[in-house]
Design a protein around this ligand. Structure first.
Ligand code: SAH
Length: 338
């Protein structure tokens, strides 16, 4: 097992099982996450005999950065996993710190019509260590700490629920990478039962919902998942999430020219969300070569924004990062494996 993929609690149990004190788990976390020492032989406060045992049961194998692209405020990384698969992660420099967008799966099964990741089907889930290492290796490469994590790269995080939760436990741990719950966001296309599970998850992360359409007819065309979990089921789940957590939910809405960006659709969206503790994030579409969708003009985005404001819906337009460097989900990976 990879040591970057285990929670402190599980490591405590492990140490107890091999006849060691529980707090050795904290010491191991301090070595790997605080001192960034990634060699078990150097864990000097662990007895040699237990270190040997640890080496038998765990490894610290690393995925590899194979490419880095950058423009002004964005770095995009392509990683090769130990089995040869590729994934990507993006880092954005905000005024409040560095934010990383991590991948949760190799490919994706959700088949959203406008999304590059889904064009290349899911090959497998990512293990928690493969998500943790995206952060560790990028921090090492940049020589900087990351303050925010969005699980919004390739994959549907709630379709890989257990590994994603494990990942959140590890990065949120006070002895781990110490990313605060409010600095972690899980983005989903709308897997209703898992949204309800997440509402009860002990670490209070932010939830973002990829809605992208104000009615079932259009949403089912853009996002096949809607045929299983319709908008009304999704809104009901969001309401329940809000009730349980009292945490404001983000509604993501990608702006596709002449598809979902009319004034009527803005009004329809406002009706859907009225009275809910949510805000809408309008995302300028990143065009890709393989898909026919176009980005809405600035003018149309502004008009859509104004209409939502007029309807008293909180709304922002996402600041753009990295469109010059294939930052659309899955673009870099797509290029590598074709
Ligand atoms: N599966 C999850 C998280 C990964 S996708 C989800 O659906 O939320 C992250 C976000 O990027 C989603 O809102 C997705 O719809 C959006 N997206 C996908 N392709 C895009 C593109 N080319 N341009 C802009 N946003 C895109």
């Amino acid at each position: 097992m990879n040591l970057f993929g285990i929670t402190k609690q599980d490591l405590e149990n492990y140490f107890e099982k091999i006849g060691e004190k529980k707090f050795k788990a904290t010491q191991v976390f301090e070595w790997i996450y605080q001192k960034r020492v990634w060699d078990i032989d150097l864990f000097s406060n662990i007895k040699k005999e237990k270190r040997e045992q640890l080496k038998k049961d765990f490894n610290l194998d690393l995925i590899k950065i194979v490419k880095r692209q950058e423009d002004e405020l964005t770095y995009k990384y392509l990683f090769r996993l130990l089995d040869g698969e590729f994934i990507e992660a993006v880092v954005m420099m905000h005024n409040y710190g560095l934010s990383i967008c991590v991948s949760s799966e190799v490919g994706c099964n959700m088949s959203c019509a406008f999304c590059e990741s889904g064009r290349l089907k899911k090959r497998r889930n990512l293990k928690s260590y493969e998500m943790v290492e995206q952060i560790l290796l990028i921090e090492k490469d940049l020589g900087k700490r990351i303050s925010n994590v969005v699980i919004m790269g390739i994959g549907e995080p709630l379709d890989n629920y257990d590994n994603v939760c494990q990942f959140i436990y590890i990065i949120n741990d006070a002895k781990g990478i110490q990313i605060g719950a409010r600095h972690i966001t899980v983005s989903t296309c709308g897997l209703v039962p898992k949204i309800l599970d997440l509402a009860h998850f002990p670490i209070q992360v932010n939830l973002a919902i990829s809605l992208h359409a104000p009615n079932d007819e259009l949403r089912s065309k853009l996002m096949p998942v809607n045929k299983v979990y319709s908008i009304s089921l999704l809104i009901e789940a969001i309401r329940e999430f809000l009730q349980i957590t009292s945490r404001r939910v983000t509604i993501e809405y990608v702006m596709l020219n002449n598809v979902n960006d009319s004034r009527t659709q803005a009004i329809e969206l406002a009706c859907l969300l009225k009275g809910m503790n949510v805000y809408v994030n309008l995302i300028p579409y990143n065009e890709t070569n393989h898909l026919e969708f176009k980005r809405s003009s600035k003018k149309r985005i502004k008009a859509f924004y104004d209409e939502l404001k007029h309807q008293h819906i909180d709304v922002t337009i996402r600041k753009e990062f990295g469109s010059k460097i294939d930052a659309a989900c899955g673009q870099l990976r797509g290029r590598e494996i074709e």
